[in-house]
Write a protein that binds this ligand. Structure first.
Ligand code: PLP
Length: 378
């Protein structure tokens, strides 16, 4: 019999199996308590006798759900009243096009800092619209392996756009660029809510939820009131930030389930973790553990420059493809899931988003040490 042993297990036994250590880059791990809560209340959401996916987006029950997610976002990031928290479908990729469409000022350039494939895609969308795009800094000369430190911002720019964490290559801004009064706009898809920061220089922040704050299907947009005045009248209704801000993201049916899960993830972040300072401590500890192994290793080599290393996506290579493949195969057999690097970079990548536990990282580090010892000894 060559039956798959997993499949041979009864449903009940399968449930009792351990979950894997999930290092997916996105969609990615969600906190286990959140998954359990979803499961528990799925058939009967708050006494309604219906699931969250079966109720009206205009019902008071959903209104409480979306209001709760917004209130938690405000508290966690310390947002003032001048900021609106909005939800859009279309992922971060739709924001690549909505940002220049809504926020470029007539006759003024839009400035971009290019630090990886996601920045490049954002730039392309601005160019498609015929905007005057200025790349004020780029790290493309060395395969995006660092965060540029030299750039000048002049007051002419409509905004300065940058990618706070570069998911694919594994770099992260340690200190955000200084816009010198020009509004900053950031794609924070892979590190929003992973650390505290000062939002006041930002005109707009956006993030596809599926990396760090929830499931796929929704992007969170945080926009400052003065940016809304820039929105031209001649845009299609659903593509205007003002439409969402005037209707509390309920112009049409929003991705209700995804917003509900974001609310639960943010509650976990506030009440179980204790906020962004605490979350950052854990995230730093996880990243440090992994980078320590890489730094002391004879077989694992980091891909990016030290000062630019990401706490969210740790990238590394092995000396040759064969050993790399053996590493990945053994990792899977030992319960470490999704360690292969992005196809454009190769090598390995461990994504350590908020929901990836310190225990998972400790286990990975132990596995990596053991694998190295074995492969050196022969
Ligand atoms: C994943 C990712 C995107 C793309 O997000 P979608 O929601 O799939 O459009 C954009 N930017 C960054 C930094 C990402 O990590």
């Amino acid at each position: 019999m060559t039956e798959n042993p997993q499949r041979a297990l009864s449903r009940r036994e399968f449930r009792a199996q351990e979950r894997v250590h999930n290092f997916n880059s996105g969609p990615a791990a969600l906190p286990l308590p959140v998954l359990k809560e979803i499961q528990e209340e799925f058939l009967d959401f708050h006494g309604s006798g219906m699931s969250i996916t079966e109720i009206s987006h205009r019902s008071s029950l959903f209104e409480e759900t979306i209001d709760g997610a917004i209130a938690r976002t405000r508290r966690l990031l310390g947002l003032g009243n001048e900021y609106h928290v909005l939800f859009f479908q279309g992922g971060a990729s739709l924001q690549f096009c909505m940002v220049p469409m809504n926020l470029s000022l007539p006759g003024r350039p839009v400035d971009y800092i290019s630090t990886g494939p996601w920045s490049t895609k954002a730039i392309r969308e601005a160019r498609i619209q015929g905007k005057e795009v200025r790349i004020i800094a780029t790290s493309e000369d060395r395969n995006f392996s660092y965060i540029p430190t030299e750039y000048t911002v002049d007051g002419q720019a409509s905004y300065v756009h940058f990618t706070s964490n570069n998911t694919i290559v594994g770099t992260q801004w340690q200190r955000f660029p200084d816009g010198h009064g020009v509004p900053l706009i950031s794609d924070m898809s892979s590190d929003l809510m992973s650390r505290p920061f000062d939002v006041t220089p930002f005109g707009l922040i956006y993030a596809g939820a599926q990396k760090n704050i929830g499931p796929a299907g929704v992007a969170m947009v945080i926009i400052r009131e003065d940016m809304l005045k820039r929105v031209p009248d001649n845009l299609p209704t659903v593509l205007r930030y003002t439409t969402a801000s005037n209707t509390k993201s309920l112009f049409n049916t929003p991705p209700t389930f995804a917003i509900y899960v974001i609310g639960l993830v943010l509650r976990w972040l506030e009440e179980t973790i204790g906020g962004l300072e605490e979350m950052e401590k854990v995230n730093k500890e996880k990243a440090l553990l992994l980078y320590e192994v890489i730094d002391k290793s004879e077989i694992y080599q980091g891909i990016v420059e030290h000062g630019s290393r990401s706490a969210m996506n740790v990238t590394f290579r092995l000396p040759n493809e064969e050993l790399g493949q053996r590493f990945l195969d053994e990792a899977i057999r030992n319960g470490f899931h999704a360690l292969e690097g992005h196809r454009s970079v190769g090598g390995c990548r461990a994504s350590l988003y908020n929901a990836v536990t310190l225990d998972s990282v400790r286990a990975l580090v132990a596995f990596m040490r053991e694998f190295e010892e074995k492969s050196i000894r022969g």
